[in-house]
Ligand binder design. Sequence first.
Ligand code: MTE
Ligand code: MO
Length: 410
Amino acid sequence: MNLITRRRFLRASSLGIAAASVSRAEIPAPKLQPLLTPDLDFYDVSRGTPKPHTLVGEALLQARLTPETWRCEITADAFIEDPHTKVPATLQKPLTLADGNALDLPTLMELGKKHEVHFLKAMQCLNIDTPLGQGLWTGVPLREVLKLCGRMNNVRRIYFWGFHNHDPKQVFKSSVSYTQCFETAPGDLPIFLAYRVNGAPLSLERGGPVRMIVPWSHGYKSIKWLQHIFVTNDARNNDTYAHGNNDPDSVLKTAAYVDKSLEGQKIPAGQPVFITGQVVSGPSGLQRVEYWLRRIEGEPQPLADDAPELLNAPWKPCELEAQPDWPSVLPQGVKPSQVLAFDAATGRPQSWPSRYGMCAYHAMVKNLPPGRYEARARSVDLNGYAQPEPRPLQKTGKNGIQVRRFEIIA
Ligand SMILES: Nc1nc2c(c(=O)[nH]1)N[C@H]1C(S)=C(S)[C@@H](COP(=O)(O)O)O[C@H]1N2
Ligand SMILES: [Mo]
């Protein structure tokens, strides 16, 4: 049996596992993923040859990826094409390298003094079935940055891309609509240019000095090494991800993911089994996470999402990670009431896990007879839909039900 560390014990006790008669060191506890992922521990999804975060020295300066050299151009698209784009988008004051007025980091940070926002967001790739990590991202709303350009006309979409080795084939771009950018409902979530995560400057690996954060979407909208913002009157979505047959308007889904660590484990009979994972909250919120264990013989076929065995299985509730003591978890200088989607009065998120954020969950199962097992977990949202409903279309995000196999040995 794994002896638990003091930190584990603290997490175990916050989960309410009582231990009156057992010595502290022997309390079995689930190993949960941290609520905030350290900047360099995110699973990295990056394109480019060489990858921008591998540049050093002069190449890094030339790429303008240091805090001093970073610049972001903001320009307008002259494109017109009948019948869908009759007039071009215009900006009163484009910000360009050629004119020497491209946005720099001190200007952005200065805007931050007045307009800074903080948001707890799970980063998740539309095409990867494991969340990449979760950060408390800090930055300035895109709408405040665009105001630096004065009057704009005929803008329907706003594109952005990052450093791409000066090779047009390597451009990775995403976009939002004008309305999404400018007409944020009070208390709702703005698109923002982030320069900090978890209280520290964004690392180059995480897309620093500045990356875009689109709170509700999958990772592909959150462009790293941001260097260009481009407004257009072409309303058609031309995101790089759309060309890959993905839904370029995807929204993070409510879905539970099962930690891979259970896969292939051989657990001595008599020891508890922990099913652990993380659950993301989409717009439909989270009611509960459930698990289902079944004993298997041989090599059973995978179960389809709508297999009767799955739909009629005796799903049992998992326990969600308790909310932390927020003031001690948030970066210094960030009060809970300043975090978007946190309630100013209670200092807690309006929902748990917070919308477009995630938290850990676990279930402890005891006294399983020796044999081979499959473990699954699923979320049930506030509309009563069990994962992968209501949108099992995989190119809008990977929310299939996951399975891990393990063995109880005599
Ligand atoms: N410039 C740039 N930004 C990018 C990407 C990229 O390849 N280049 N990948 C995107 C995709 S598809 C994902 S899922 C996230 C991953 O973010 P992470 O590496 O910080 O975990 O970054 C996004 N931003
Ligand atoms: Mo992605």
